[in-house]
Design a binder for this molecule. Sequence first.
Ligand SMILES: Nc1nc2c(ncn2[C@@H]2O[C@H](COP(=O)(O)OP(=O)(O)OP(=O)(O)O)[C@@H](O)[C@H]2O)c(=O)[nH]1
Length: 214
Amino acid sequence: MAQAGGNPRSDGDSQQPSIFKVVLLGSSSVGKSSLALRFLKNDFREILPTLGCAFFTHMMEVDGKALKLELWDTAGQEKYHSVCHLYFRGANAALLVYDIAKKDTFHRAQNWWKELENEFQPEEIVVILVGNKMDLEDSREVTFEEGKTFSESNKLLFMETSAKLNYQVTEAFTAIARELLQREEQHGGPAQQKNPSIDLENSASQKKGKCCLD
Ligand SMILES: Nc1nc2c(ncn2[C@@H]2O[C@H](COP(=O)(O)OP(=O)(O)OP(=O)(O)O)[C@@H](O)[C@H]2O)c(=O)[nH]1
């Protein structure tokens, strides 16, 4: 394993929420930024392709426990592929997003899973496979069963979503948050992060149109 997942961070004060790094991975145009925009702002609009990576933080509460998610929305365009590896270092969770109306994006999500498997021990990262654009039922190329079968055989969480219709978007992020908190509890509470996130100031390319999430 080349790189271990980062432990959730805390400043040592048990009252402070844990911080988890969550990366969004998948082909270009599957709707990663749209899922983030829907989750963070309950909005949906045309967004320009992500350049490099966009970064957001979000406080939330799950089952009475507060936590902070650091969301890293990566660019799906192939030219950014190698950069994405930098961004998933130290991640606690990943959303592997595909477009249910584009079979090749499902295969790409499966390849991302292989890459994560090479980087992380199974217990180091929470992964959810997300079949987005489920509003495009008439053009569906990936069945619900295909997504479910792949997830079950690889012990991933799975959900179909529509950023456009606001269907199961919050649920997908909440499922991740819940699993992260459960794992943290099993491992005896928050610890200092072993592999801190890379320096945002120096290395995160900003997304054109990122302002729409601010
Ligand atoms: N019908 C439908 N369209 C969607 C949905 N989510 C996103 N889109 C559209 O898909 C296109 C791509 O969305 P983005 O969110 O930019 O996709 P991305 O995965 O972030 O793309 P990159 O930044 O290139 O990696 C846009 O035109 C969105 O409006 C959805 O749930 N349903």
